[in-house]
Design a binder for this molecule. Structure first.
Ligand code: 5GP
Ligand code: ZN
Length: 116
């Protein structure tokens, strides 16, 4: 899939607007357009990756960057202590609807488990 066909590639390149919380050369975080919790951010690699099913050990640095960013954004949102969930949906059974790898950072309310 080329960048022009992918919604999150277009958000990453700035041609589709989003409420950006963080951007650097590797990763971007922005507010979900339909928040499911008081804090609902999406963390994505700038590079197009279809889903978590495509990840390998060569993506270790990216995964560290995503987790470090999630921890920092949770602290900044004041939910590092109260708790947060970092989750990525991969494929139809998980309900993945945007086919550019992303993690949901959800917080600010009690999050049920197991998920539906
Ligand atoms: P998925 O269902 O693939 O795990 O998550 C996709 C997420 O992207 C959903 O939570 C959805 O609300 C969000 N989303 C879809 N389109 C847009 C958009 O144009 N802008 C933003 N900020 N979020 C979007
Ligand atoms: Zn993409």
């Amino acid at each position: 899939m080329s960048a022009s066909d992918c919604l999150f590639c277009r958000i990453a390149e700035g041609t589709i607007p989003a409420r950006i919380a963080h951007a650097d050369e590797a990763v971007i975080a922005f507010h979900d357009i339909a928040p499911q919790a008081p804090v609902h951010l999406l963390l994505i690699p700038r590079r197009h990756v279809g889903s978590a099913a495509e990840l390998g050990t060569e993506d270790g640095v990216l995964l560290a960057q995503i987790h470090a960013l999630a921890a920092r954004l949770a602290r900044e949102a004041g939910v590092a202590e109260s708790g947060f969930r970092l989750v990525t949906n991969s494929g139809p059974d998980a309900g993945q609807s945007v086919h550019h790898l992303h993690w949901h950072l959800l917080a600010g309310r009690h999050l049920g488990w197991p998920p539906g």
